[in-house]
Design a protein around this ligand. Structure first.
Ligand SMILES: *Cc1c(COP(=O)(O)O)cnc(C)c1O
Length: 379
């Protein structure tokens, strides 16, 4: 630990390090740690902060897989999770007051519903209680939002999605803004107390603002082993080169598709945050450089079976659980990605029976719209 360098492939690798530097630079951050998937990023991000009996306060509008990960598997580690309405600041304030809370967790732009978090407000609430704000920025990406600029302490990505963009490589990343004072918050003993597996060094005392991200590599990756393969790092590096261009096209296509769907008589509502009457519109204007996301949901009048049929009727859209691919993707969350949740949880996380999730790709918008039109008209 006295010299930087690659010791063993589970902890670090030169190709992966090139990707880590690129992602950290895109986020105006001090460092990052790439891992094998977005879920692994959440595990590695929370591991330095939590121990049995400690708690995460998280938005109820999270990706369905994250809700299951937090409330089932993390629970078996003794990590508790309280789910809150991320737009209800009194509820959040109350929840994070509990002395065992160690993290506030939200998505900048939620998957699937596109709810936008007020990052500045959340960071103020978290910092008042001495806990870090963790933001999953997967759906927005750095092309439209850099959460660290608004007070987020740790930023998380599923690089499987827009960052790689091609849907060919699973991956995740934990990014450290390097601003949180681990000594002046609640107890973060893994970072502030002597580490017996490294001859009693104290990470924060030794590494300062690199303490957290160094711990992610030196301890979390070493012992939990969720390393990104260098080949996936290479694929993600090539993908990131076109991130900005892709995001612009994703979002201008989404704009056209959302505006088509809102007028269709078989569609009840469209959750795209670019509509002025959408609850997230003002926050999206404030936090996003351009565009309003390209993953959103529609509610259809035809209910559970009709929603499934619309998915099956599509041809250009691929029926896939992924998002953020170059191809347009469609899925019915209630019967797939959110199936593990009970009906009430589904409703709360924006995946009710009549909801369809769309991830708008890079095809010509006329073709995308035509596919949806034919599918809806044939219902
Ligand atoms: C997909 C996704 C994850 C999980 O990422 P994987 O790479 O599939 O493990 C986490 N958060 C969000 C917002 C996602 O869309």
């Amino acid at each position: 630990m006295q010299e930087n360098g690659n010791i063993y492939g589970r902890l670090s690798n030169p190709t992966t390090a090139a990707l880590e530097q690129k992602i950290a630079a895109l986020d105006n951050a001090v460092g990052s740690c790439c891992v094998s998937s977005g879920h692994a990023a959440q595990l590695i991000a929370l591991y330095p902060l939590l121990s049995p009996g400690k708690k995460i306060v998280a938005s109820s509008k999270l990706y369905g897989g994250s809700i299951t990960q937090f409330t089932k598997s993390f629970k078996s580690f003794g990590w508790e999770t309280d789910l809150v309405d991320i737009t209800n600041y009194d509820e959040i304030k109350q929840a994070i007051k509990a002395k065992n809370v160690r993290a506030l967790f939200a998505e900048s732009l939620s998957n699937p519903e596109g709810v936008v978090s007020d990052i500045e407000k959340l960071s103020e609430l978290a910092h008042n209680e001495g806990i870090p704000l963790l933001i999953d920025n997967t759906m927005a990406t750095q092309a439209i939002c850099q959460p660290a600029n608004y007070g987020a302490d740790i930023i998380i990505y599923s690089t499987t999605k827009f960052l790689s963009g091609h849907g060919n490589a699973m991956g995740g990343c934990v990014v450290d803004a390097g601003k949180f004072d681990w000594n002046n918050g609640r107890e973060f003993e893994k970072l502030t107390e002597p580490d017996t597996s490294y001859h009693g060094i104290k990470f924060f005392e030794t590494f300062g603002n690199l303490a957290y991200i160094n711990f992610c590599h030196a301890s979390a990756l070493r012992d939990l082993g969720t390393t990104m393969s260098p080949f996936n790092a290479y694929l993600t590096l090539t993908g990131i080169e076109t991130l900005n261009l892709r995001m612009q096209k994703h979002m201008s296509n989404a704009d056209e598709v959302a505006n088509f769907l809102i007028k269709h008589d078989k569609v009840d509502s469209v959750s795209w945050s670019g509509f002025q009457k959408n609850k997230s519109y003002q926050l999206a204007k404030k936090y996003f450089k351009f565009g309003f996301g390209s993953v959103f949901t529609i509610s259809v009048k035809a209910g559970f079976d009709g929603a499934k049929k619309i998915v099956e009727n599509c041809n250009l859209f691929s029926h896939l659980a992924n998002v953020g691919d170059t191809k347009s993707l469609i899925i019915h969350p209630a019967s797939t990605t959110h199936r593990q949740l009970n009906p009430k949880e589904r409703e709360i996380s924006g995946a009710g029976d009549n909801v369809i999730r769309l991830s708008i790709g890079l095809e010509h918008s006329d073709d995308i719209i035509k596919d949806l039109k034919v599918s809806l008209d044939n219902l």
